[in-house]
Design a protein around this ligand. Sequence first.
Ligand SMILES: NC(=O)c1ccc[n+]([C@@H]2O[C@H](COP(=O)([O-])OP(=O)(O)OC[C@H]3O[C@@H](n4cnc5c(N)ncnc54)[C@H](OP(=O)(O)O)[C@@H]3O)[C@@H](O)[C@H]2O)c1
Length: 271
Amino acid sequence: MSFPADHASSRPGPATAPGTGTALVTGPTAGIGHAFAVHLARRGHDLVLVARDQQRLETVAAELRATYGVQVEVLPADLVDREQLARVEARLADPERPVELLVNNAGFGLKGRFLDNPVDVENAMLDILVTAVLRLSHAALGPMAGRGHGGIINVSSVAAFLHRGTYGAAKAWVNSFSEWAAHEYAPRGVRVMALCPGFTRTEFHERLGAGADSAPAFLWLDVDDLVAAALRDFDRGRVLSVPSARYKAITTAARVVPTRVLMRLQGLGRK
Ligand SMILES: NC(=O)c1ccc[n+]([C@@H]2O[C@H](COP(=O)([O-])OP(=O)(O)OC[C@H]3O[C@@H](n4cnc5c(N)ncnc54)[C@H](OP(=O)(O)O)[C@@H]3O)[C@@H](O)[C@H]2O)c1
């Protein structure tokens, strides 16, 4: 992540043309994941939808089937629970029902400071932001590389660049892992991209107990614009996608501003 943004975001090696096939989206019942499910259904992808709330999953699935005429499976699972996560891994590895695109999106943040949070709660956040991404990518990459095509979009955050507590540290892992996996598996026809949203209007901030005052108005992104930009970047073979000029500027600056200065900025907004 020490390269200039334009260089870091271009991936060498062959790139599979974006296609249809089945896409598995985690966290599709709200926010960024819901927008991914809608955009992908509009493109003609059949879908596998993974989240905890089965009723919400069924509602989204019915809407997508009715509106776009695609096939939609629901797979209720709490990705923090290793046994339930294993069911999603098994679905990704099923040779009879190949998954062409995995969107690792589900996640949550924590409001309190590190030492104010029970360590098990911190661990649950690490489980969903890192362990689930690792295990689901592992399950998906084998079959994709074997077939010679496929893709993974990992929803990270601009927090990855800004030293924003354990949440930012987990997202830095997602960026590093995605950049490495993109280069490692490009020769085998699999594209991998990390999407780094800034503040985006979803349920994320409500779930944190925070509102629109978490950030100045000009920093908020529209979720549909975000996902449209992300899919354009994915189609172009980008490895890191940072939608919007303002967040491109922020993340570019973060690469050159000394870490001690970035640390002082931590007090702004949510940690
Ligand atoms: N919104 C932002 O400002 C922002 C900025 C940067 C990055 N991000 C990242 O974007 C991703 C999506 O966030 P969002 O803003 O769209 O959040 P959101 O509106 O709160 O949606 C979260 C989704 O994840 C699912 N989910 C939550 N916990 C889960 C669990 N344990 N197991 C399975 N599914 C779970 C939720 O469904 P259930 O509750 O039914 O499980 C829901 O579908 C996250 O990785 C987040 O870190 C968000």
